[in-house]
Design a protein around this ligand. Structure first.
Ligand code: NCC
Length: 276
């Protein structure tokens, strides 16, 4: 149902979605107080250029997938929110290079976030749903979850760990492309952490293998591979336009349908490899 060819779509994503982290030069973050909290190194200095990358969704269908070794064979691995590796290595691997968390987790589950060792590995990035195409100032005054104090508390406890705030502009740049390539009206809510993470990795890596974002033959109503909770909406979406995200990713897949069916695996090119 997408309107653009896969090649044109990749170019649109590359050219219109600006993946950056909040820096000192971003208005309200220019204070001497924020100077103590934002990481000294820029995000690109901290990660560098990456080759083969894996994005691991948190879907229940990862259970019994035995994809761990394959996932760990990548140069970098992105995980989401509270998705654990301990006890699940065989299915999801153990490497965590980047962890993308939403502001709800950082705020509502602050105590776990500050305590759980799971968050201490790799580079952390937090994102927050911003008003549609809002300026940084407007978003700073009314974030969806006011995670700024928790962010500072985490930075005080773990000053050596790189921890960035995703510039909220990208979520709506990406949403616009999702809407333009869908025949239906999509809900005006930002893309899921999964979709944001996929595009983030496309900016950093030569190749991005995404696991169980498009469900395999193991598709299940079990929400997460690490919990017993059942909810169809986890895979199909409710708040996030997850179904539209998945259609878009399917459209750009450079791997085979067989790989989706057996491994829940989609292969996307990094933006550096895209010619427009
Ligand atoms: O569940 P969540 O997502 O942490 O999952 C991370 C990403 O994996 C993909 N996914 C997940 C489950 C599934 N069955 N199929 C999938 O494709 C999605 O791309 C998803 O984004 C989020 O996007 O941040 C989300 O976060 C949770 C929750 O806030 C965190 O896990 C922290 O506890 C949200 N759940 C609730 O608010 C109850 C979820 O809606 C979105």
């Amino acid at each position: 149902n997408a309107k653009l060819s896969p090649e044109k779509l990749l170019c649109q994503l590359r050219d219109r979605v600006n993946v950056t982290m909040i820096q000192r030069s971003d208005g309200p973050f220019g204070t001497s107080e924020w100077l103590q909290y934002l990481p000294g190194k820029s995000f690109s200095e901290a990660v560098g250029q990456l080759g083969r990358c894996a994005v691991v969704s948190s879907a229940g269908s990862l259970k019994s997938s035995h994809l761990g070794q394959e996932i760990d064979s990548h140069d970098a691995v992105l995980r989401f929110n509270g998705a654990p590796v301990r006890g699940f290595q065989d299915d999801v691997g153990q490497k965590t290079t980047i962890r993308l968390v939403n502001s709800q987790l950082v705020t509502v589950e602050e105590q776990q976030f500050l305590k759980e060792p799971l968050y201490n590995t790799g580079i952390l990035i937090v994102w927050d749903p911003a008003p549609y195409h809002a300026e940084i100032h407007e978003w700073y005054r009314k974030p969806d979850y006011n995670f700024f104090e928790s962010y500072k508390a985490y930075r005080r406890a773990h000053p050596e760990q790189p921890f960035y705030i995703l510039n909220p502009k990208m979520q709506w740049q990406l949403w616009d492309i999702l809407q333009e390539n869908s025949l239906e009206h999509i809900q005006p809510n930002p893309p899921s952490s999964g979709m944001l993470g996929i595009v983030l990795m496309m900016t950093l890596c030569d190749q991005v293998d995404v696991y169980e974002f498009l469900p395999s033959k193991r598709q299940t109503d079990i929400c997460h591979y690490y919990q017993k909770f059942h909810d169809h909406a986890c895979t199909m979406g409710a708040y996030h336009p997850l179904l539209f995200e998945k259609n878009l990713v399917k459209h750009m897949n450079q791997g085979t349908d067989e790989d989706i069916y057996t491994h829940g695996k989609v292969t996307l090119p990094g933006f550096r490899k895209v010619q427009c």
